[in-house]
Write a protein that binds this ligand. Structure first.
Ligand code: IPE
Ligand code: IPE
Ligand code: MG
Length: 253
């Protein structure tokens, strides 16, 4: 029996976010240039996007390039940008055959015109697809996003279009780049690192966390399904008490 058979169809997380980490180490372990690891990482993206579609995940957010990643050597950044452009072209059949709509969160205006053009074309081509949104976090960092949100709300307040007293969680949530989707139910990080690295800080307040020791290029469908099955066993209390305990106390009363 495959792990995917143990997934309960009624409890599939609506939104899974992934910190895809470990491409560089995967390559270094094989005496290959880091870029080779990123190329292998693309194959994992393909596998996991298909797997997510197959079990009915509605939103899959992938951390592909952080604001801080601009600080890597120029050759690595250029190779990553070139890989992104070729991927957007090569993976179009995957997006169209599986009903995948591509979305991007992050600081769009910092990309070179050819990267921006490839992104815009892919966003437009897939705009009518409705099975799953594949959200790429590109030049993204949560602190950048929160700073932008604060600036936008302050501008509205200054212009008299927003009463500061009405600012609540939903006003902030609606001002973030992720406003079109629910918060992640599950956050997966590969490569054995136990940190968030400036990803979706606001949105993961109540996400379930899953850390895998496996490097991203080695992450398989079965490992992904195992993470989902693990998530399905968890009791999400959101600060309250579990529904089974509530029932027990009702019986005792
Ligand atoms: C993740 O893999 C991909 C990106 C950050 C672009 P890394 O490149 O961070 O790989 P490691 O962590 O150095 O092994
Ligand atoms: C996080 O990985 C960013 C992405 C996966 C795109 P990093 O490798 O950049 O993060 P750190 O340096 O381990 O925190
Ligand atoms: Mg890394």
């Amino acid at each position: 029996m495959s792990v995917s058979d143990s997934i309960l169809p009624g409890k599939v997380p609506a939104h899974v976010a992934v910190i895809m980490d470990g491409n560089g180490r995967w390559a270094q372990m094989r005496d290959l240039p880091r870029q080779q690891g990123h190329m292998e990482g693309v194959k994992a993206v393909r596998r996991i996007a298909k797997a997510a579609c197959k079990i009915g995940i509605r939103y899959l957010t992938l951390y592909a390039f952080s604001t801080e990643n601009w600080g890597r050597p120029k050759e690595e950044v250029s190779a990553l940008m070139a890989l992104l452009v070729s991927c957007l072209h090569d993976e179009m059949p995957l997006f169209m055959d599986n009903g995948i709509r591509l979305r991007v969160i992050g600081q769009a205006d910092v990309f070179l015109p050819e990267v921006r053009a490839a992104l815009d074309a892919a966003l437009e081509k897939t705009a009518g697809n409705t099975r799953m949104d594949l959200v790429l976090a590109l030049s993204y960092s949560a602190r950048w996003e929160l700073i932008e949100c604060a600036k936008n709300l302050a501008r509205l307040a200054k212009a008299g279009q927003l009463d500061p007293e009405t600012i609540d969680g939903s006003v902030i949530g609606n001002s973030l780049t992720t406003s079109f989707m629910p918060d992640p139910d599950l956050l997966i990080r590969t490569s054995g690192e136990y940190r968030i690295s400036n990803f979706l800080l606001w949105q993961i307040a109540y996400s379930e966390l899953f850390f895998s020791p496996v490097l991203w290029p080695d992450f398989t469908e079965e490992m992904f399904y195992a993470a989902i099955a693990d998530y399905q066993k968890r009791d999400r209390r959101f600060g309250k008490i579990s529904s089974s305990k509530t029932m027990l106390s009702t019986i005792k009363e």
